[in-house]
Ligand binder design. Structure first.
Ligand SMILES: Cc1ncc(C[n+]2csc(CCOP(=O)(O)OP(=O)(O)O)c2C)c(N)n1
Ligand SMILES: [Mg+2]
Length: 333
């Protein structure tokens, strides 16, 4: 009673500083990859900026090494928490041999790493939700206490795959948490043309609880998803959590959001920057001061830059291996 918000949530100062560090790391990696794209060095970028609190907060609710992550393309901050390094991020961006996701076979931002329980996704949106449902079903059959998380945008909730995954999870009471990062746009399509009613309310139709919260508030994102993870681990079944947020850049480096978003709207949301908000919280509870902020920002920026540099210098895959893990045995076909 009367304690700080994070103490009530069972978070220690070390947790807060680590969460802040991951948000900074994602932001600086994002700024770097966007610049590399504009310099003609990186083919395709999916920006994360604006989503850092929703992703770091939700990822923090899971147990690394045990739980399973089924992310979507925008989840760079999430996979950093789940075990990617900045170098891994840029290895994928450049399509280098050591790219953990696919050794340069997949498009950038199709995150995957078997040793970190991150399941690589397909490009059709919401397919990862079906993968997650299948994995959660297997965990249930094996009586494992692992929980599966899957992330997607509000646009993804229009897909049949999403509804199929929700229905299957509800029927079988799967240990699965659905996290919607609702940034109000599916490329150029506004939420009002995408979702009749509210995303979180769809949970009721599939026999599971649905909750919404401020996805630009790190502690709120953590709280909602942690409650859902605890529930799933206790055998009480799936949940749907909708985290409302906003992306600062265009949908991808191939999109120009000026054709469908007013600059004033983007500027308004930048004032709600999730990193600044968490920084303000940390200052208010005296976990950091301006000098520490400066130091942590400098360190995160250096780490992002060094990851990019090291990945740029790494080798491309050997051309002779191009079909490996892409096609079966061509001689048999
Ligand atoms: C089945 C399918 N339809 C269309 C696309 C093209 N597409 C890629 S991302 C995207 C928008 C998805 O928006 P949302 O789910 O809200 O996620 P956000 O990108 O906003 O984070 C679309 C339509 C696709 N990849 N797969
Ligand atoms: Mg969206």
């Amino acid at each position: 009673m009367g304690t700080d918000k994070h103490t009530d949530l069972g978070l220690k100062e070390e947790d807060l500083l680590e969460m802040y560090r991951y948000m900074l790391l994602a932001r600086y990696c994002d700024e770097r990859q966007w610049a590399l794209n504009r310099q003609g060095k990186a083919p395709f970028v999916v920006p994360v900026s604006g989503h850092e609190a929703a992703q770091v907060g939700s990822a923090w609710a899971f147990e690394k090494g045990k739980d399973v992550f089924c992310p979507y393309y925008r989840d760079m901050a999430l996979v950093l928490v789940a075990g990617f390094t900045p170098r891994d991020v840029f290895l994928g961006l450049y399509g280098k041999a050591e790219d953990p996701s696919s050794g340069g076979r997949q498009m950038p931002a199709h995150w995957g790493a078997k040793d970190r329980n991150i399941i690589t996704g397909s490009s059709p949106i919401a397919t990862q939700c079906l993968h997650a449902a299948g994995i959660a079903y297997s965990r249930k059959i094996k009586k494992s206490d692992a929980v599966v998380g899957t992330w997607f945008g509000e646009g993804g909730t229009s897909e049949g795959d999403w509804h199929g995954a929700m229905n299957f999870a509800g029927i079988h009471k799967l240990p699965l948490v659905f996290v919607c990062e609702n940034n109000q746009y599916a490329i150029s399509v506004h939420e009002s043309k995408q979702v009749a009613g509210r995303v979180y309310q769809r949970a009721a139709g599939y026999g599971m609880p649905g909750h919404e919260g401020d996805g630009n508030d790190l502690l709120e994102s953590y709280r909602l998803v942690k409650t859902a993870v605890d529930r799933a681990r206790a055998g009480e079944g799936p949940s749907l959590i909708e985290l409302r947020t906003y992306r600062f850049y265009s949908h991808t480096s191939d999109d120009d959001d000026r054709t469908y978003r007013a600059r004033e709207e983007v500027e308004e949301w930048k004032k709600k920057d999730p990193i600044t908000r968490f920084q303000d919280y940390l200052k208010s509870v005296e976990v950091i001061d301006d000098a520490k902020i400066e130091q942590m920002r400098e360190e995160a920026k250096t780490e992002a830059d060094e990851g990019a540099k090291s990945a740029e210098e790494a080798d491309f895959p050997d051309a002779a291996t191009a079909a490996q893990n892409v096609y079966g045995n061509l001689e048999v076909v």
